[in-house]
Structures are given as C-alpha cells and as structure tokens.
Design a protein around this ligand. Sequence first.
Ligand code: 5GP
Length: 191
Amino acid sequence: MKALEEKILAEGEVLPGGVLKVGSFLNQQIDIDFLMAMGEDIADAFKDDGVTKVLTVEASGIAFAVAAAFYLKVPVTFAKKNKTSNVSSEVYSVPVESFTHGKTYEIMLPKEYIKPDDRILIVDDFLACGNAIKGLCKIVKDAGACVVGAASAVEKGFQGGGDELRRQGMHIHSLAIVESMEDGKIVFRNN
Ligand code: 5GP
C-alpha cells in the first residue's frame, strides 16, 4: 500500500533495536480515515475466503483488526496478555515471546469466542518474528477452527517471520514490508 509506505517515511521513527515507531497514526494516536483505508485493503485481500471472525492480540492490534472486520462484516475477538477477573477459567492459552517488550506473555482467549466451524483471519499491527501470529494460530488450532490467513499493517521483512509463514503455505498479506532500517534509512521490499 503506497500510501502506508509514504506515511511511514513521513511519520515513522526508527528506534534502537530494530523497532519502528508509528505512534502518530497507528499505535499511540490513530488516524481513523487512514486506519479504515488499511482495513478495506485487508478485507479486499481476504474477501473470498469466507472469514467468520477476525482474531488479534491486545492492545495495539485491536484498532487495525476492527477496521478490517468492519469491511468483512464479521466480529473481532482478541487474546489478552494478562488474566483479568472477567476472563473465564475456560481459556485457550499459549506463551508468546514479545519482540518489543523482551519478555514472554501467556496470551489467552476464552473458549467461547472461537468455535470449530470458524474461519479465522489473524490481524496484527506489526509482523516481525511471527511469534504473535504463530501463538494465535495455535489458539485457533486448539479450538479446531481454520486459519484462512494473516494480515499485518507493517511487516519487518528482515526479521523473517512473514516469509517463514509463507513458506509454510500461509496466506500472509502485509500492507507495507520494510526490508531494512539500517542507519535509520527505511527501505521497502519491491522498491
Ligand atoms: P512478532 O511476534 O511478529 O515478533 O512481533 C509482532 C508484535 O510485536 C506486534 O504485536 C507488535 O505489537 C510488536 N512489534 C514488533 N515489532 C514492532 C515494531 O517495530 N514497532 C512496533 N510498534 N511494534 C512492534
């Protein structure tokens, strides 16, 4: 998505440790018109897959997932990173190593939110090593449901997670793929 690449170049900030900050329009503040345009692109890529639900993980994936689900006309459900009192005891849970926080979370989703006949589209804001998407895939598998594919706004191609999942046959759709960010210079794939 050319417009996303341009927005990343204009507003993105490369932080130490290979982290891209896009707080001005996706993570800390949300440009809603832009968010909805990204969601429409994702929905279009999966429009023939019979998606019944969009699945993401809190917190930063939620807004983007909602935009995609709006155009697919399906609900969104999200895994939580911490067990709170309103999470029922019957949960699917899986450990996921967080690239940005440098720690492992137990992500969990109450069993009632995925049924075996669901066709799930996994959506997250970033795809880096692929740990979040792999963890969400495990939850869907444990529920006996089907993953139709996964989408991210920004894939950091140099971390390899997206390509690993593509090699496994998964349909991965990323709106912008950052191939390198060396010395703060952002280079996109296919450019
Ligand atoms: P993965 O599990 O694919 O390694 O990383 C994806 C998750 O880490 C996403 O949920 C996202 O929140 C976070 N993440 C990974 N890399 C970045 C980054 O460069 N910038 C931001 N803002 N989040 C990132």
